[in-house]
Design a protein around this ligand. Sequence first.
Ligand code: NAD
Ligand code: MG
Length: 409
Amino acid sequence: MVRSPALPEGRTRAEKARRTLSIFGATGSIGRSTADVVLQHRDAFDVDVVTAQSRVEELAQTAIQLGARLAVIGDATLHETLRARLAGTGIAVAAGQKAIVEAASHPVDLVVAAIVGAAGLEPTLAAIEAGADIALANKECMVCAGALFNRRAAAASVRVLPVDSEHDAIFQSLEANNLHAVERITITASGGPFRTATLDEMRRATPEQALKHPRWAMGPKISIDSATMMNKGLELIEAHHLFDIESARLDVLVHAQSIVHGFVTYADGSVIAQLGAADMRIPISHCLNWPRRVLTATPRLDLASVGTLTFEKPDLERFPALVIARAALENGDWATNILNAANEVAVAAFLEGAIGFLEIAATVEAVLDRATATVGGTVFDTVETVLALDGEGRRLAAEQIEFRGRRAL
Ligand code: NAD
Ligand code: MG
């Protein structure tokens, strides 16, 4: 039987007219879309904390716009700049990674987890511990922590509502009374900028080409993940944890129009899907306002003008990241943790010009091979072990990239 994010066990929280909300990663693509959704329904939310890593001016503007109580900047050297910018506004300021985690412990109804990468893990776990429901955009923290993430959420009786558009589509397509009758879950992929490219074109792809996503405007890391399709691999792992469904019943379909975001196949042969324009404000609004639906300023879907919807199986030869991620999912949490860490390092190296596009997946694969011998099978119960494993994945990836670089000289 699969699990629905709507139904955590032992959870009965009264519905409130106004919700308190914090946004972690407020200056990013998801953070800005979240601010948009909140501003459209100003009366429905009280914003407590907004955070960012380095974009201090944008953070200050967002804090003022949303009437936040506290703004936290991750880069401690920008503390004074933030303080000066917010002087006289009544908005409190703090700085540094520790301050971000502390701010996550404030008691609020909902925390939007929109930091990119494993850096979002500690604040998100702190928010869970403090009893906040999580609107989860930061899939990497789930991929890196594995089952520990769910155990923490269950222990605190908090809901994890998926912001990721495919997972929100599944959330919307799951019928509470028929979870036992779910046969398969399918998430769709746009195919990214290289959907029709040859392997040779992909080998020569520049960061600029890889960042140009045909359907979605997103932050740089997830844009590269979409180009390699590692994003879909991370999403398979995310779906496994969110819906408690095994790899063999999870499918990926390439759907270039990005209109059908995901669907559930039931035992009676019915397929229930969610459709919508490619606009993250739709799933964000769904999570922020759930279980109600409210007006959003998003484009309405006009299927007659779309005309044709196409679906195809992913090409696993050109997109090996999908195979690598699925194998990691089947190997266990230690493997998905290493996969995520190596991928973060490899994506950064590609964006800096240190490795080629196809080397991103190759690096992750090589790191997983090497890690099998050293940390393979590691079981974790503590955040310290999760972070130690993540550190090992990053170390191996950096070594791998350096080794490849030296070989190329
Ligand atoms: P982004 O790069 O646009 O924004 C990232 C945010 O995180 C920024 O506010 C940044 O200041 C903050 N941040 C970065 N590093 C940090 C650190 N070390 N410590 C604290 N804060 C840090 O990214 P995004 O596109 O908004 O994506 C955010 C998350 O949402 C990612 O996990 C991504 O996979 C997921 N997601 C994004 C989209 C999308 O459409 N953009 C869709 C689905 C899921
Ligand atoms: Mg997605």
